[in-house]
Structure formats: C-alpha cells, structure tokens
Design a protein around this ligand. Structure first.
Ligand code: DGJ
Length: 337
C-alpha cells in the first residue's frame, strides 16, 4: 500500500473513531451490544415503547442507570429520525411511590400515546408493589413528548388485573392497550377518546403470556408474547387473526425455541412503512436482573407475511426509514461475541 493511501486510511479511521465516541452518525443496529446515545451512554429505555410524531421517533422506557435514587422510579425519553441515532431528551418521569405501595414499588414498561384531539401525551405504565399483587396501570400526562409527565391516577383496566402492558396503534390511528391479566390470558382493549381510560375489550387471548405486542401487516394482525418466567428468557410465540376481535390462531415459535428468543423478551413491534418497502422490527429486551443498567436490546427486522412470523438470527443491520429497506452489515460483532 502506498504511503498516501495509508495516511488517508489512518485519517478516516480516526474520524470514524471520534464520531462514534461522541455517539454521532451511527449507521448500524447491533443487536445485543451497548447502544450509545448522543452522549455516548448506553440507551436506558428498557421494556420500552416507541411513537412517531412528525417524522421523529420517541423511545420511552425504564431508566435503570447505575446509582439512581432508589426512592424514585424513572422513565427516560430519547428521540431519533432514523431509529439508529438516539438523542437523550431526559428523564420525563421521576416519581416517588404514588399509591403507598411500599419501598420496592414497581413502575415498568411505560408506553406513551399521543392524543391528536387533546394534544396530550398520555403515558401508561405497569404499577405494582414488590410482590406484583397490585396489578394496575398508572397514567401520567404531559403537553410535550419530552415531558415532564405528571401522575394522574391508577386503575385496573376494565376491572381486570394488569401486569405487563404493550401498546398498539392501528393504521387508522386507533389506540389499544395490550395487558396481561394473569388468571385469564392477555387482553387487547381500545382506549377511550381522550386516552385517559381503557374502554372496550377487543379480545381475550387465552394464553398465559406477557411482553405482549401487536402489528397489523398486510391485512392480518400478528400478536407476540413471552411465557411467564420472570426475568429469564423463554421461547416467545405468535398468533394471527383477521381482526383484533379474533379468532386468533394457536401460538407458534418466533425463533428456534432452544435459543429462548436469542436470550430476549418481546416488548414491541415497530412497523416502518417506507416508499419502497415495509419493515417490521422485533424490539426486545435482554434482561440482566442483577445489573439492570447493562440490560441490552435486540432489534431485528422480521420475516413476516401470509400468517408467518420469524425473527432471524441477530446480526448487525442497517435501516433506511425513508424507503423502509434494510440490509445486513458485514463487520459488526454478532450478539454472542
Ligand atoms: C417479566 C416482565 O416482562 C418484566 O417486565 C418484569 O415484570 C419481570 N417479569 C419481573 O420479574
């Protein structure tokens, strides 16, 4: 290699190193690895949910950074226009025990819905005590996507127990909550017009599953979820139905069952409808219960269609949100390295 080329290559590697150190201009989604935000810190948005507002995606999730004040529960907010580079917008919730639930009270799986009529951002979350016996949803509201969110109330949706929750916004804009009602299965229910209540049950899927998520793809509804094994990964499964009211098929594996969904648990399905293609992303958490700040994410484009859904083996990939196209990227580390 001649000296001129060598210096150019060194200069280019240096630029790449500097930009990635500041968390800018990432092009690759690397499932299972540290995901640096714009400040170079690992994204803290576990059990999260994503909404799209005027071409900007907002990712909300459990903020579990090391050293947080244990009296509070925190929900973080990040924004992105490409689903790869995430700007930390702050902790939009810093809440002390809102219902006297005791020191180890639980706020998990926050999901934010934007109500176009009221203009409000309405956050739902799983609210519980340390033994997970309270089983309610909490609601907090903000005028802006990046908070602060103010606590409003908690309740059991339609009178049922509710632990893990998921959010689903259909193509016509209607908003639904998916919630795990342990004695019976998981329920899909429509929110009220102002989103401040859960109004109408669409389905009770009689399967004991959590981490519930739904996508509407090519005329069919696909629901996914995990088995009830705490923080431990298990083989997640899917079912389909022609309408949210069912009938739902039997549940089938979404990945080789021996991999326990590649060590992850479902949290959401994101549909990216571009000018050339529609990609559905499987968004999941790799939980690390004793070092939660280091819990990772698996995001992978699904093989989906005609009643089939499959999460391919996680590998680095890139996405074009404009066209909706994605491709594998050579050279990134794979999940187990
Ligand atoms: C599994 C749930 O999906 C998580 O959100 C969390 O509640 C853990 N169980 C707690 O064990």
């Amino acid at each position: 290699m001649n000296t001129f080329l060598k210096y150019h290559l060194i200069a280019l590697s240096f630029i790449a190193l500097v930009t990635s150190a500041f968390g800018q201009e990432q092009k690759i989604i690397r499932p299972g690895e540290i995901w640096p935000d714009d400040q170079g810190k690992h994204v803290q948005a576990h059990g999260g949910g994503i909404i799209l507002i005027n071409k900007t995606y907002y990712w909300y999730g459990e903020e579990r950074s090391k050293g947080l004040d244990t009296a509070y529960r925190y929900v973080s907010c990040y924004s992105s226009t490409d689903l790869v580079n995430w700007k930390f917008r702050g902790d939009v919730v810093k809440m002390s025990d809102p219902e006297n639930l005791g020191s180890k009270w639980v706020l998990e799986r926050p999901k934010v819905f934007h109500n176009k009529k009221t203009g409000k951002y309405v956050m739902y979350f799983h609210l519980d005590n340390k033994s997970y016996k309270v089983a309610r949803v909490g609601i907090a509201v903000s005028d802006k996507p990046d908070g602060q969110f103010t606590y409003v109330k908690s309740f059991r949706p339609l009178g049922h127990e509710s632990r893990d929750i998921g959010q689903f916004i259909d193509d016509d804009g209607t908003a639904y909550l998916v919630f795990e009602d342990r004695p019976f299965g998981f329920r899909i229910a429509k929110l009220s017009e102002d989103y401040m209540n859960v109004e109408k049950e669409m389905s009770l899927i009689k399967a004991h599953m959590e981490g519930g998520a739904i996508v509407h793809y090519n005329g069919l509804y696909y629901s996914i979820g995990s088995a009830l094994t705490g923080w431990k990964a298990n083989p997640n499964k899917y079912a389909t139905a022609p309408s949210l009211e069912g009938p739902w098929t039997e549940f089938k594996d979404i990945a080789p069952p021996g991999t326990n969904t590649y060590g992850s648990q479902s949290t959401m399905l994101i549909k990216v409808a571009g000018t050339k293609s529609t990609t559905v992303i499987f968004m999941a958490d790799i939980w690390k219960p004793s070092t939660q700040w280091d819990s990772r994410y698996i995001w992978m484009p699904l093989e989906i269609g005609e009643g089939k859904l499959w999460v391919p083996e996680p590998k680095p990939w890139s996405l074009n949100v404009e066209t909706g196209e994605w491709k594998y990227v050579q050279g990134g580390n794979t999940i187990n390295k």
